[in-house]
Design a protein around this ligand. Structure first.
Ligand code: GLA
Length: 327
């Protein structure tokens, strides 16, 4: 039996920029998908942890096997069990983690040596093939390229990238709003279409705001990478606040719950906070002093419950390594 692990991610800044060739700054977290499997004739997956989801998992991995075959990898199959400690549907890139872990397994089963970014590209296309979500490369790229203690500064147009060290005293708190979110059912494809119209020169009141977000967000990614390198947490707070406001007002992908969680995290002593991922629900990320993270997590959960009645279990996360074969 071989075991593969691929991490989920939070994105520090650079949201809804990847599919427009922009900049992103994600971090892999110490939660993800682990696949234990053997090479097989076809694709046969189980999930002792989450039996109800197996059908969906199978659809993604079957689409990936087809994408890999188009690259000359396979035909290959796997028979195995999926385990995950990453909340699904929380905007933490669980589908990319599943695809990247399965992609490594299929690559080994075929005896191939696909380079990590080629695997990431195949995973991105597989998601589009499986569920029709025209997502960008960010989630798959961070899952293959992450290094512990670092964020990844990635130019999604050229795929040029570099690792940005996180200040040692900086901790991550991830809070799921617990509101239902499935990219296939949300405005993700609509937003992408609006931005593409704007980039093609079709500017009206709405598409102009989408374009303003793209431009201001790309500048914020560069500023945030520089602030991280200087350890300037005050500046990070201002940049993430501006990023959240732009997603709320110009891109219109935030929700009242995400806005509330961001405010609660700042009240509880976080240096910076914003929604993370595609939005329309999902999670926020807060940056706080490592030793204050448990208190921020507890404060946000209590405030959220008091205001909405919803129970959330924040994750105090660390910046983890990318996908790997465990044994
Ligand atoms: C989702 C997509 C990513 C990216 C983000 C928004 O997570 O899968 O490719 O577009 O939304 O930044």
């Amino acid at each position: 039996m071989a075991r593969y692990h691929a991490p989920g991610r939070v994105n520090l800044i650079g949201e809804h920029t990847d599919y427009a060739g922009g900049l992103v700054l994600p971090v892999a977290i110490d939660r993800g998908v682990t696949l234990t499997c053997l090479p097989a004739a076809g694709i046969c997956l189980r999930s002792s942890a989450d039996p109800a989801r197996v059908e969906g998992f199978g659809r993604y991995v079957a689409a990936l096997a087809e994408e890999l075959e188009e690259l000359g990898v396979g035909p290959a199959g796997i028979d195995g069990d999926i385990d995950s400690n990453l909340p699904i549907g929380a905007g933490l890139a669980s589908s990319a983690a599943l695809l990247v872990a399965a992609g490594m397994a299929l690559n080994d089963a075929a005896g191939a040596e696909l380079d990590p970014m080629a695997l990431a590209g195949a995973c991105r296309r597989a998601e589009e093939r499986a569920v029709g979500v025209p997502c960008g490369i960010m989630d798959d790229a961070i899952a293959v390229l992450a290094e512990p203690g670092h964020a990844l500064l990635l130019d999604c147009g050229t795929l040029a990238h570099r690792q940005v060290p996180l200040p040692p005293a900086l901790g991550l708190v991830v809070v799921d709003s617990g509101t239902p979110r499935r990219l296939a059912d949300t405005g993700y494809a609509t937003r992408r279409g609006e931005l593409e119209r704007a980039l093609a020169g079709d500017l009206d009141e709405t598409t102009s705001r989408r374009l303003r977000h793209l431009r201001s967000e790309n500048a914020r990614v560069e500023a945030a990478a520089a602030a991280l390198e200087r350890g300037d947490v005050e500046e990070l707070g201002a940049i993430l606040a501006a990023g959240h406001a732009s997603l709320r007002d110009d891109y219109e992908v935030s929700t009242p719950e995400l806005d509330l969680l961001v405010a609660l995290a700042l009240d509880a002593g976080a240096w910076a906070a914003r929604m993370t991922g595609g939005g329309f629900g999902g999670s926020i990320v807060a940056l706080a002093p490592t030793d204050r993270c448990p208190a921020v997590a507890a404060g946000v959960a209590a405030g959220y419950r008091a205001a909405t009645g919803r129970v959330t279990e924040p994750i105090v996360a660390t910046a983890a390594a990318g996908a790997r074969r465990l044994e």
